[in-house]
Design a protein around this ligand. Structure first.
Ligand code: ADP
Ligand code: MG
Length: 238
C-alpha cells in the first residue's frame, strides 16, 4: 500500500501562510499531477511530502504511516528535480549507485538494481560513460535511474522537464508515462504546464494561491471546470 493522504496541510514562512489547509488523497499506483501558475505552492507542497520542508500544521501519510516527523530518508520516497545535477566525476552507473552505497546496501544488490534500472531506461550501453558524454535526454534518464534504483513507494517529480527543449520534453512525457505503466509506482508530478498535466495525469490537482481549485481527471477538468480560473488555466495555450 502506498497511498498518500494529505489532511489540512498548512505552511508558513514566517508570518506568511503559503499553503492554506490543503487536503487530497492519492491512490496506490496513481499518477497525480499538481498544476498551477508559478508561486502557487506546488514545490512547497511536494517538498513537504518529501520531508525537505517542515509542515506548519496538518498531516501527511504514506502507506499506513503518518510521516510528519520522519526525515526524507525514512519516507520511502524518491524525488527528481528540474535541476537534477549529476555527479560529473562519476560514471552513469556510479551516479545511479551512489545513494544505495551511502545507505550501506551490499554491492551485489546495488549492481542488480543499477543493471535493472539501466535496462528499463535504455542506459545499459552508457553505464561506464560520464555525464558530459550524454545528451540532455540521457541525462534526464540517469536522474530517473537514481530514483528508480531506490525502489521507493512514491516518486516525486518537480518540473523535471523544464530545462529540456520542446521536442525532447514531449518525448520524455511519454517515457515517464511508460515507466509508470511498467513500475506502477504512486507518483506525484509537479508542473506549471497545463498541457503536460492534461497529457500525463490520471488525476490533476489544480492549485492557485496556496489552495486547491479543483481535483479531477483530465476529462473532468476539461468538461466541467469548477470555476473560471480552472477553465481559463486549462484552456490557455501552453
Ligand atoms: P511554485 O512551485 O508553485 O512555483 P512555491 O512552492 O515555490 O511555488 O512557492 C509558493 C510561495 O511560497 C511563493 O509565494 C514563494 O514566494 C513562497 N516561498 C517559497 N519558498 C520560500 C521560502 N523559503 N521562504 C519564503 N517564502 C517562500
Ligand atoms: Mg516550483
Amino acid at each position: 500500500m502506498a497511498e498518500v493522504r494529505i489532511r489540512d496541510l498548512r505552511k508558513n514562512y514566517g508570518s506568511l501562510e503559503v499553503i492554506h489547509g490543503v487536503e487530497f488523497d492519492i491512490s496506490d499506483g496513481e499518477f497525480v499531477v499538481l498544476v498551477g501558475p508559478s508561486g502557487c505552492g506546488k514545490s512547497t507542497l511536494l517538498r513537504m511530502i518529501a520531508g525537505l520542508e517542515g509542515i506548519t500544521s496538518g498531516s501527511i501519510s504514506i502507506g499506513d504511516r503518518v510521516v510528519n516527523n520522519l526525515p526524507p530518508s525514512k519516507r520511502d520516497i524518491a524525488m527528481v528535480f528540474q535541476n537534477y545535477a549529476l555527479y560529473p566525476h562519476k560514471t552513469v552507473g556510479a551516479n545511479m549507485a551512489f545513494s544505495l552505497k551511502m545507505a550501506g546496501m551490499p554491492k551485489d544488490e546495488i549492481q542488480d538494481r543499477v543493471r535493472r534500472a539501466a535496462e528499463i531506461l535504455g542506459l545499459t550501453e552508457y553505464l561506464n560513460r560520464y555525464p558530459r558524454a550524454l545528451s540532455g535526454g540521457q541525462r534526464q534518464r540517469v536522474a530517473m535511474g537514481r530514483a528508480i534504483v531506490r525502489d521507493p513507494q512514491v516518486f516525486l517529480f518537480d518540473e523535471p522537464l523544464s530545462n529540456l527543449d520542446a521536442k525532447l520534453r514531449v518525448q520524455m512525457r511519454t517515457e515517464i508515462r511508460e515507466l509508470h505503466q511498467r513500475l506502477q509506482t504512486t507518483t506525484v508530478y509537479v508542473t506549471h504546464d497545463q498541457i503536460e498535466a492534461m497529457t500525463m495525469a490520471d488525476r490533476i490537482v489544480v492549485m492557485q494561491g496556496g489552495h486547491i481549485e479543483q481535483i479531477g481527471t483530465p476529462l473532468e477538468l476539461y468538461d466541467t471546470p469548477a470555476n473560471t480560473f480552472v477553465a481559463s488555466f486549462i484552456g490557455s495555450p501552453s
